[in-house]
Design a protein. Sequence first.
Length: 289
Amino acid sequence: MATRKPTIQVLFPHGRAPDARAHLFGGLEAFANLGASEEEFRRFAAQWPTFAPVEIRKGKRSDEPRGEPLGLTPEMHGIVLKYQGYLRRAWSSDPETDRQGLVDLLLGLQMDLANPDPESSTEVGKKELRSSLEKLMGEPYLGDPAQFATLPAEGPEPYPQSSTEVKTAERKTLKLMLNSLTMADSDQYAVYPKVIVASWELGEFSYFPLTDFQRAFYLLFREKWRARICSQCERYFIADKPRQRYCSTACHGMAKRNHGLRWWKTKGDARRRERMRKPRRRKALKGKK
C-alpha cells in the first residue's frame, strides 16, 4: 500500500536510521499491550525507558527546555495507562478518536495541559489540587502520582454523553494528573514537541518529537493501516502487509487449526457419514466385462 507523501517533516537521529522503524514500532506495540500491574510497568520502563508519552524534565524552569529528561519514572505509571487508553482507541479506529482530539494528545500537540497554575505553589493551591485529585480517584491522595495506575479508564463517575463534554472531562483529568508531577514550586516540568515550524529551505512544516513514543505514534499515524488487532489472540500489533490479520505465525496456525475443527464439527463429520452410507462402486478390471 502506497504511503501518502507527508506534509510535515519528521527528523530522526542519524545514528539509528537503519533500524529506527523496527525499534519504534516494537516499543509502540509493547506500550499498547502493557498490563496494568506495577511489575509489568517496571519491566516495560526498563526495556523502553524513552517511551514516555510526555517529556518530563528535571531542572530549573528558567533553563527550560535544557533540563534532564526523566524518562519513564514510577510516578508516570498512571499517566502511561491513561495514554495507553487513548492509543488503543485510535488503534481500533474508535469513531470518537478525532472528535475527542486523542491524536493531538498522543502527538503532544496539547501544550497547555502540563502548564502548572501559578497558584499551585501556594498552600491553598496545593489543597485544591489534592481535593480535585481525591475527587477524581474516589480515595485519599497520598502524594504519590503512581496512585493513578488504579484509576479506571473512565474515572469514578460516568462521562457525559456529548463528545464536547467528554473531551473537556478528559482534558481536566489529564491536566490534574500532569500537574501532580509539575507543580509550580517543583523542579520538574513538561516539555512539548516543536510543531508546525515552517522551513523555507525544505518548503514544508517540521515536527520535532521529543520521545520515542511520539516518534513511533507519528509513524503509525501516517500509515494507520498497519494498526491491527490479532484475530486470534486480540493482541495489538503493527502489520507488515495490508492483508495481515494475525500477529504471528503461531496465531495464524492456531486460527487455521480452529477453522478446520469448526468445519469438521459442522460439516465434515456429516459428510463423511453420508459417504459411508452410500454403497461403493467397484472398479471394473481392465480386459474384463
